[in-house]
Design a protein around this ligand. Structure first.
Ligand SMILES: [Zn+2]
Ligand SMILES: [Zn+2]
Length: 325
């Protein structure tokens, strides 16, 4: 198979607009080399949440490189998610591009950590930003682009935005409610970002009524929260975090609900599965996460892949398998 470090030039899709920090949260520099490709999956699955607008790694990979490497590892479709204005515009341009790989789909939303910035009218550097209503109106327009299959990621994040900051909290809740309404109005699934906000996420969804297809992206709760989600008919998408050594509660959550409501994602370039934590992430590393999903649910890898793929298409509709780009 071709190596992750042989980029395919000349693709007329937009180049990445953001790059991931080279310093980790503890101030250490990261290993930016691409992990080797794992053993390919026996049956294909879909990466239902990645951020292809981010560049990472010591060798730049194009969208076509990511798609080709994923395909070779048995991930035959991907959904790339925009989460701020620039990323949403990038994702929209990619969806509209005649060179978009057939297996690529998109989603857009104002991320919960972006909502307070729009509400106060400027970003962390003081640059002016459009107000929250205008930003969400732009998302509503972008969702009409062919290839857009999901509203996301929206939700609540009490980790990076303090719950105690009244204005920020109100902006996140307003934004979440607007995205719930938008998903219902368009008949689209909703991908929820929930960080340290499980109870509040459920409260808002219960109060407003959740969309028919509601996905907890990068599920991070325990068994009790997983049950509460599944009782409501929600889907749980597991990322590389389920492979982390300290993630026993997450694995118990997965074991409790079984394969039925489960999907898989990378959240790439973040959350690289064990044993490559901290290094760049891409859809081609999903076999490492699928191995854990199979092990924890007591399924064979084939059974796990079949179930996860079927559930993913139930949520987003059929997505054609991508030819190697
Ligand atoms: Zn997220
Ligand atoms: Zn994400």
């Amino acid at each position: 198979m071709s190596s992750p470090t042989s980029p395919d030039r000349g693709a007329a899709v937009p180049p990445a607009v953001r790059s991931r920090e080279d310093i980790d949260p503890r101030g250490r520099s990261r290993d930016r080399s691409w992990p080797p490709a794992p053993e390919p999956l026996p049956l294909p699955v879909i990466d239902n949440h990645c951020h292809l607008d981010f560049s990472d790694g010591d060798t730049e990979l194009s969208v076509h490189d990511h798609v080709r490497l994923a395909r070779e590892a048995g991930i035959d479709a991907q959904i790339t998610i925009g989460s701020d204005l620039a990323a949403n515009r990038w994702t929209t341009a990619l969806m509209a591009s005649p060179d978009r790989p057939a297996s690529l789909r998109g989603g857009v939303a104002i991320h919960p950590n972006e909502a307070p910035l729009h509400a106060r009218g400027h970003d962390h550097e003081g640059t002016a930003l459009i107000d929250l209503d205008t930003a969400i109106a732009e998302v509503a327009e972008q969702l009409a682009t062919p290839g857009m299959v999901v509203v996301g990621e929206s939700g609540l994040d009490w980790f990076r935005t303090s719950k105690k900051d009244e204005a920020a909290r109100a902006a996140q809740i307003d934004s979440f409610r607007a995205h719930i309404a938008l998903a219902k109005e368009r008949g689209l699934p909703l991908q929820i970002h929930d960080r340290d906000a499980h109870a509040d996420v459920l409260d808002v969804l219960d109060a407003d009524g959740a969309p028919d297809r509601t996905v907890l992206h990068c599920f991070s709760g325990d068994a009790e929260f997983a049950r509460a989600c599944v009782e409501r008919g929600f889907y749980l998408s597991f990322a590389g975090t389920v492979t982390f050594k300290n993630a026993d509660p997450l694995r118990q959550a997965l074991a409790t609900v079984g394969l039925g409501p489960v999907m898989v994602e990378t959240d790439a370039p973040f959350l690289t599965p064990v044993p490559y934590r901290g290094r760049p992430n891409s859809s081609y590393l999903i076999p490492l996460t699928m191995a854990t999903i199979a092990e924890v649910t007591g399924a064979t890898l084939e059974e796990a892949c079949r179930a996860v793929r079927a559930t993913t298409e139930q949520v987003y509709g059929p997505i054609p398998a991508g030819p190697a780009a």
